[in-house]
Each structure stands twice: as structure tokens, then as C-alpha cells.
Ligand binder design. Structure first.
Ligand SMILES: NC(=O)c1ccc[n+]([C@@H]2O[C@H](COP(=O)([O-])OP(=O)(O)OC[C@H]3O[C@@H](n4cnc5c(N)ncnc54)[C@H](OP(=O)(O)O)[C@@H]3O)[C@@H](O)[C@H]2O)c1
Length: 250
């Protein structure tokens, strides 16, 4: 069975990936959608009627749930054509204001779970394929009051690029997607009552064009996808300016 897998499919960017794949991916038999909130995944499934959707209500921080995914891939003799990893969490604020659990959750979901899912899925990408990892423009430079999140996304960017190079001759590509602020539930959860900083509010975009560009860049085998001029400029600045200076402005 030829499949696409999307984690973080219950909202925001992951959900948008499923909607766009449902329209454009003609060569797959099923899209497997993963998140904890089953009701949201059911709502999504009801909206779409092109490609069959399989709901997997899993907590990717739980080893048992990763094992369930692994078992299912084996029992269905899956051939994974596309893996999108959009599950993620972020909490802004000074490091000493965030709880131990919040800090751990960012590393567990954004990094440990992403690596675990990659390890389980890769053996099933036997006939070429694309992996898309949601990193962030926060990966480009350390960020005050977003320290753990930015570091967790620097991990994703570094991992994606190294894996893409390792898999060069295998037909499997890995693309790290690095948007700035995107209008989703994420921003609300991230900032709580404080709201978004005005400069981030100004450069905020919708999920739709970010996902469209990510799919085009993945198909072209690019190891990084950056949507929009403001984030492209941040990317360039991160390569030429010293971290000390960037830390003052970011
Ligand atoms: N929005 C932005 O401004 C922005 C900018 C740059 C990068 N990103 C990155 O893009 C990705 C998607 O973000 P988004 O904006 O779409 O956020 P979102 O709307 O909050 O979606 C996050 C998704 O992750 C899932 N998730 C969280 N913890 C999980 C767990 N333990 N197991 C399984 N699924 C889990 C959530 O589903 P359940 O709660 O149902 O489990 C949800 O579907 C994230 O990696 C984020 O860091 C976002």
C-alpha cells in the first residue's frame, strides 16, 4: 500500500498539508494522519473525499505509540512516499519563567519524537520518497525569550540537512521547512495572554502558501524551504552577521 504520513494533522500547518495532499497526490492509496486529538482528525477526514484518510490517534512522546505506528507499517506492508512531520510545540518567555515540563515537552515533541518517527518510517521508503520536517526561522539564530524552542528547531534543521546528505543516492530527500510566524493555534498556545510581538504580527502569514512552497521545494529535492521575503532576509542575515548582534534584534 502506497501512503503519505502527516504528523500534527489535527491543526494548523499539518492539517493544511493533508488538505493540499488530498488534492494533488494522485499516486497514493491512503493518507495516515497523526495527532492526539481524535475528534479534530475525524473532522478533517469528513471534510476530504479524494484520498482515503486513516486516523491514528497517537501521542508521539510515548514509546508505545511509536511502536503502534511501527507495527502498522509492517502489517500493512506500507510503501511510504511522503512523510510530513508537523507535530510541534513552543512556549515563549524567559527560560526561568517556563516550567521544567514545558521545556522538556518542546525537546520531546520537536526533536526526540521527530527522530523516533524518522527511524521507524525510513525503512518503508523503499521506492524513492520525500520527508518534510517542520523546523522554523527560529532555527537560524539563537533567540532570547524563545531559547529552548529556537534550539529545538536548530536541531531539526541540522538533522534534516545531514540526513538529506546521507540519503543522497537513495532517492529519499529531506526538506526542513523554516517559516516565520504562521497564523495557527500554535501562536496562541505559545504566547498565552501576552499576544504576538508587533514585529512578528507584521510578518505573520497563512499556512496555505508555506505548505504549497514546502511541497514544491521537497519535490525539487531542496534541503531547506523558506517562504517569504522577510524570512529569506533573516536567513541571509543569520549567515553574515555575528550571533551577538542578531541576539539583540531577534
Ligand atoms: N505557527 C507558527 O508560527 C510556526 C512557525 C514556524 C514553525 N512552526 C512549526 O510548525 C509545526 C506545526 O505548527 P502549527 O503552527 O501547525 O501548530 P499547531 O496548530 O499548534 O499544531 C501542532 C500539531 O502538533 C500536534 N502535537 C503536539 N504534541 C503532540 C504529541 N505529543 N503527539 C502527537 N501530536 C502532537 C498537535 O496535535 P494534538 O494536540 O491533537 O496532539 C497539532 O496537530 C510545529 O513544529 C511548529 O513548531 C510553526
Amino acid at each position: 500500500m502506497r501512503i503519505a504520513i502527516v504528523t500534527g494533522a489535527s491543526s494548523g500547518i499539518g492539517r493544511e498539508f493533508v488538505i493540499q495532499l488530498n488534492k494533488c497526490m494522485k499516486t497514493i492509496d491512503e493518507i495516515w494522519v497523526i495527532a492526539r486529538r481524535e475528534d479534530k482528525l475525524k473532522d478533517l477526514k469528513e471534510e476530504l473525499n479524494n484520498i482515503p484518510i486513516r486516523i491514528l490517534s497517537l501521542d508521539l512522546c510515548k514509546k508505545l505509540d511509536i511502536a503502534i505506528l511501527s507495527h502498522l507499517l509492517l502489517s500493512e506492508k506500507a510503501e511510504v512516499r511522503l512523510l510530513v512531520q508537523a507535530a510541534g510545540v513552543g512556549y515563549s518567555g524567559r527560560f526561568d519563567e517556563r516550567t521544567k515540563e514545558e521545556n522538556e515537552q518542546m525537546i520531546l515533541v520537536n526533536d526526540a519524537a521527530l527522530v523516533a518517527v524518522t527511524k521507524v518510517v525510513l525503512p518503508y521508503m523503499t521506492n524513492k520518497g520525500n520527508m518534510i520536517f517542520m523546523a522554523s526561522a527560529s532555527a537560524f539564530t539563537p533567540q532570547k525569550e524563545f531559547a529552548v524552542y529556537a534550539a529545538s528547531k536548530a536541531f531539526v534543521l541540522s538533522f534534516a540537512r545531514a540526513l538529506n546528505a546521507e540519503l543522497k543516492d537513495s532517492g529519499v530527500t529531506v526538506t526542513a521547512v523554516c517559516p516565520g510566524p504562521v497564523e495557527t493555534e500554535f501562536l496562541e498556545k505559545c504566547n498565552g495572554d501576552k499576544g504576538e510581538k508587533p514585529v512578528k504580527e507584521m510578518v505573520k502569514v497563512l499556512p496555505e502558501p508555506v505548505v504549497r512552497k514546502a511541497l514544491i521545494d521537497a519535490k525539487a529535492g531542496k534541503d531547506i524551504s523558506v517562504y517569504g521575503m522577510p524570512m529569506k532576509l533573516v536567513h541571509i542575515a543569520s549567515k553574515i552577521l555575528p550571533s551577538r548582534l542578531l541576539l539583540r534584534f531577534m
